[in-house]
Design a protein around this ligand. Structure first.
Ligand SMILES: Nc1nc2c(c(=O)[nH]1)N[C@H]1C(S)=C(S)[C@@H](COP(=O)(O)OP(=O)(O)OC[C@H]3O[C@@H](n4cnc5c(=O)[nH]c(N)nc54)[C@H](O)[C@@H]3O)O[C@H]1N2
Ligand SMILES: Nc1nc2c(c(=O)[nH]1)N[C@H]1C(S)=C(S)[C@@H](COP(=O)(O)OP(=O)(O)OC[C@H]3O[C@@H](n4cnc5c(=O)[nH]c(N)nc54)[C@H](O)[C@@H]3O)O[C@H]1N2
Ligand SMILES: [Mo]
Length: 741
């Protein structure tokens, strides 16, 4: 068997009798269940076998087209399709300039650092004069804009918080907003060899206050009390806790004076507007006595306040993060081992992990001469409203006019909100080129679909953040159909555009691996490439067991100031206040969500797959109900609607609707429904109930609104919806079959 890795873990594999066998890495104490999806990567009917071009584009040429996403595809030989794409790239550059090419191309693609699809695309576009890019992530794009204003550097919070061993030793109480959902911790971008977090969770001795609409956002083995909060009201709970601390004189005045800026202004707001436990109770649904008791307990113990990334992936998503830091500052424990604030425990496998901090080999992308970019979640606005202006982190920016969209390694029809609106946005460009191994909804909304290998069909180097190993990813099997790796596709386009040498530097993919490894090895003291490749892996030197940035700050904030204007934790930021945004003022405030509805939908990460990847895999399929994505409802909400377990339901609001299979579960708070992301978007256009997604993609329901004018972050975690039993003619799920060719 040969070594490889994935975003959810390292493994070895072979193909015998046409079937993929997968064995987890022997050093992995907790292999991910998602390994069970991998077999579907090989010969699933949804693989793209040959290059395909949309008929309307082929016959009528480039241009905005309402048929995009509804038209037929025609298979075209590689040489012809590459000639056409190269010619179109040339035309757009000449007639409109390079900023008319959108190469933001957000997405996780697959593990493997050389064939990293987005890096390959960016390197290619840079060699032909650049592209309009994207900034930040769907993951924590709200925090990554806010945190520099509050703590000077997003890394101070995201990478420098207490490690799990420190928490095990020192923390007495974890107040976990969003919980610490175990389902998420198997994943780290780039791969992970030793999954440490499940073990850390099993050994946790601290008591946990689980603040979440879902009881299973924490493993059942942990000593916990569930605070079943109404979604999107965490900031109100934090205010109620903060108010109690002040009212009872439990806040650490010395810490606030020495290490923080602008506390007084926040306190005036808190007290002046009466944000006490009673007030918070009315908004959150948590009894006032519980809020008061929790505040006292927090002040009496070594307490870690944690906030999952999901909380900032909402409207006003800055507020629970800023208010959480403020609450931790009032407890005076920031910089103490196991105390203070943490962000993303249970969101990603590397948060709190103690793995190496080595930067492993990566492909240089070159320099982008084009200065245009968008905050990543503004993709539909970009395509729909060229020239329109918008706010972003103190700037007023304008959307460029995009003529060509080139996407490699992501699935916007998975990750973006209000997919019916995104469909309209995708009719606007002249040309959409998509590189994909699979017929995803994004591929189906393209003009040109180029079939790509999966990691199992090529060689690469694999290692994630804080991974203990660098994996020599061997080829497990031959490429399926006529698929090629992204690098080879871009090399062929580069040749047609006269820049092949600049793009490939004369190296084959295998020569690139060797080159990147050898350059990296010089500073890392690792063995030569041939030795590494034959061994199949390299163990990386251990990382620090604890972080020092905040401890140093605590030791002396004048010698080790934060990188904020004041050098302190900015509970009030004059800079943010100066931007004058009503949806993100200068200190944490309570802002209710704009949209309300009978049920609040939580559209969180799926337990059964990574995003939309391998939705046809065995683990993902086993989670479906009546062939659709499972929606969890509280039994009382289901009974009120005449919904029984296993029923097909219609989930709907003014933006759209989808079908899903009902699961009744009292782990879901009343008034809440949970439908994870990732069922492949399956629009049914000719149904009495259209627009309808037959398969259960929650992004037909989410609003395409930013978290705020400050960050323009993704707000897709929630949607206001209602649910009814679906008794109409049941449309088939067709998304996992290839389109007719
Ligand atoms: N409603 C709602 N929406 C959300 C979220 C939410 O909480 N709620 N979460 C958001 C978050 S945090 C994220 S990160 C995004 C994730 O969104 P994406 O990262 O876009 O989702 P993936 O399904 O991982 O898409 C990766 C695609 O790359 C393809 N691929 C794999 N390997 C290769 C390769 O080698 N080359 C090429 N060219 N393609 C390849 C896969 O087949 C897949 O289609 O979703 C976001 N969307
Ligand atoms: N299995 C699996 N693991 C993954 C991924 C995947 O697709 N599949 N994706 C990975 C990626 S790219 C990312 S960015 C991370 C994302 O990490 P997160 O964004 O933290 O993950 P989610 O599962 O979306 O949300 C975590 C929990 O927050 C709770 N929650 C939602 N809204 C609220 C609220 O208003 N208040 C409170 N208190 N709780 C709320 C939900 O119950 C949910 O289960 O996960 C990573 N891990
Ligand atoms: Mo993410």
């Amino acid at each position: 068997m040969r070594p490889s890795t994935s975003h959810w873990g390292a493994f070895s594999a072979d193909v015998t009798g046409g079937r993929l066998r997968v064995v987890p890495h022997p050093a992995d104490p907790a292999p991910s269940p998602l390994l069970g999806n991998l077999a579907a990567a090989l010969d699933h009917p949804s693989r793209v076998a040959r290059p395909a071009v949309r008929r309307g584009w082929l016959e009528d040429g480039p241009g905005p087209d309402e048929r995009r996403g509804r038209d037929e595809f025609v298979e075209v030989p590689w040489d012809e399709v590459l000639d056409r794409v190269a010619a179109e790239l040339g035309r757009v550059r000449e007639e409109h300039g390079n900023q008319a090419i959108f190469g933001g191309s957000y997405g996780w693609a697959s593990a493997g650092r050389f064939h990293h699809a987005q890096s390959q695309l960016h390197r290619f576009l840079n060699t032909i004069g650049g592209y309009t890019g994207s900034r930040n992530s769907y993951s924590n794009g709200t925090s990554s804009v806010l945190l520099p204003h509050v703590v000077g550097d997003a890394h101070a919070v995201l990478r420098q918080a207490s490690t799990w061993p420190t928490i095990a030793e020192h923390t007495e109480l974890i107040v976990a907003f969003g919980g610490v959902p175990e389902k998420n911790v198997f994943v780290t971008p780039g791969g992970v060899t030793e999954h440490g977090t499940p073990g850390h969770l099993a050994r946790l001795r601290a008591r946990v206050a689980l603040v979440s609409p879902l009881r299973d956002d924490l493993p059942s083995t942990v000593d916990a009390r569930w605070y079943p909060i109404r979604p999107a009201t965490d900031t109100a709970l934090m205010m109620g806790l903060a108010h109690t601390l002040v009212a009872e004189g439990l806040h650490d005045r010395d810490f606030l004076a020495r290490y923080c800026a602008g506390y007084a202004e926040f306190e005036r707001y808190l007290l002046g507007t009466g944000k006490d436990a009673h007030w918070a109770s009315g908004i959150t649904g948590i009894p006032a006595a519980d809020i008061v008791a929790l505040a006292r307990e927090m002040a009496a113990h070594r307490t870690l306040v944690t906030v999952t990334w999901s909380l900032q992936r909402t409207e006003h998503g800055e507020q629970p993060v800023w208010a959480g830091i403020t609450l931790a500052a009032m407890l005076g424990q920031i910089g103490l081992p196991g105390g203070g604030f943490g962000h993303g425990y249970g969101s990603m496998g590397d948060v709190g992990d103690t793995g190496p901090e080595v930067r492993t080999p990566y492909l240089p992308q070159g320099v982008n001469p084009v200065r245009e970019f968008i905050p990543v979640a503004r993709i539909a606005d970009l395509l729909l409203h060229p020239g329109a202006s918008y706010d972003y982190d103190g700037e007023v920016r304008r959307y460029p006019d995009i003529r060509l969209v080139h996407w490699a390694g992501g699935n916007p029809f998975h990750h973006h909100q209000d997919l019916n609106r995104l469909r309209r946005a995708f009719t606007r460009p002249d040309t959409v080129v998509v590189h994909e191994p699979f017929w995803t909804a994004t591929a189906r909304h393209a003009d040109v679909v180029l079939p790509v290998t999966t990691t199992l069909e090529r060689e690469d180097l694999g290692s994630g953040r804080r991974d203990t190993h660098l994996i020599a990813m061997h080829r497990i099997t031959e490429p399926r159909g006529e698929s090629r790796d992204d690098h080879t596709i871009f090399a062929a386009l580069a040749e047609r555009l006269g820049v092949e040498k600049a793009f490939t530097e004369g190296r084959s993919p295998r020569e690139w691996l060797e080159h990147l490894y050898e350059e990296w090895r010089v500073s890392s003291g690792a063995p030569p490439f041939a030795e590494f490749w034959a061994a199949g892996e390299l163990r990386l030197p251990p990382g620090p067991t604890h972080h020092t940035l905040l401890a140093d700050f605590r030791a002396d904030p004048d010698v080790h100031p934060l990188k904020t204007p004041s050098g302190r934790i900015e509970i009030t930021s004059a800079v943010v206040a100066g931007f004058g945004y009503d949806d993100c003022p200068g200190h944490p405030v309570w802002l209710p969500p704009k949209e309300t509805g009978p049920l609040r939908l939580i559209a969180n990460q799926p337990r059964t797959r990574l995003h939309s990847q391998l939705d046809g895999g065995a683990v993902s399929r086993a989670g479906k109900v009546a062939g659709r994505e499972a929606i969890r409802l509280n039994p009382a909400d289901a009974a009120a609607r005449g919904i029984g377990p296993g029923d097909v339901v219609r989930v709907f609001n003014a933006r759209g609707a989808c079908l899903a299979g009902a699961v009744l579960d009292d782990a879901v708070r009343p008034g809440v429904a949970q439908l994870p992301t990732g069922a492949w978007f399956d629009p049914v256009d000719d149904h009495p109930a259209s627009p309808l997604c037959a398969h259960g993609n929650p992004n037909v329901l989410t609003a395409d609104v930013p978290s705020s004018r400050l960050s323009q972050g993704c707000a897709g975690q929630h949607a206001a919806v209602d649910v009814e039993r679906f008794d109409g003619p049941l449309p088939e799920v067709t998304a996992l079959r290839p389109p007719p060719l």
